[in-house]
Ligand binder design. Structure first.
Ligand code: ZN
Length: 185
């Protein structure tokens, strides 16, 4: 069993360390698993959240949203994403759920590029739900924006994220045991 995969032994250890019944620990794990099950549709979530709040400020529109949606899995359009922009309201990106994950991330970054080039270069703005496609004025700048986006993520995973990792399962559990002692005192 990998170091950070949950199993009966780890459930029992948590139960013991926190003096909580095993079935309660299993219940929390069940709820956690249901919540985290949606993560497959949350690629680039950190970047998207960051861009969303930037656009909210720039356009003075606190309700602006960026969303990503998988299209029907039997769709023939496998390798391209597409986006719709409703200025001041929302930006939606559609992607094929079976697209290769690495390619999907690049595709999302490219589509986000359209939004940012449109907003920040202040040209090619539309007033309705005009779909953005390869013919829009913002090619290839959207791809260049995409490169910077994925570069930033790569830097994060390679240089920054490893510093946040716990080296062992026990080190992780003890961090929370320690936290618990502080919060209950
Ligand atoms: Zn494009």
């Amino acid at each position: 069993m990998p170091e950070f995969s949950i199993d009966d032994e780890k459930i029992a250890h948590i139960s013991d360390q926190f003096h909580v019944n095993k079935s309660r620990v299993e219940l929390v794990y069940k709820i956690f698993s249901e919540v985290i099950g949606g993560v497959k549709n949350q690629y680039l979530a950190h970047i998207i959240r960051c861009m969303e709040s930037y656009i909210r400020k720039e356009t003075k529109n606190p309700m602006f949203q960026i969303n990503t949606f998988p299209i029907a899995s039997d769709s023939q359009v496998l390798n391209v994403g597409c986006a719709q922009y409703f200025p001041k309201r929302y930006f939606s990106i559609f992607f094929h759920p079976r697209m290769d994950e690495k390619q999907l991330r690049a595709c999302l970054a490219h589509e986000l590029g359209h939004l940012f080039i449109i907003e920040l270069l202040n040209e090619g703005k539309t007033d309705g739900s005009k779909p953005l496609d390869k013919t829009t004025l913002t090619e290839p700048l959207s791809s260049i924006f995409g490169i910077f986006t994925i570069m930033d993520k790569n830097h994060f995973y390679k240089e920054t994220a490893p510093k946040f990792n716990y080296h062992s399962w026990e080190e992780l559990v003890q961090a929370f045991v320690h936290l618990q002692k502080k919060t209950t005192n």
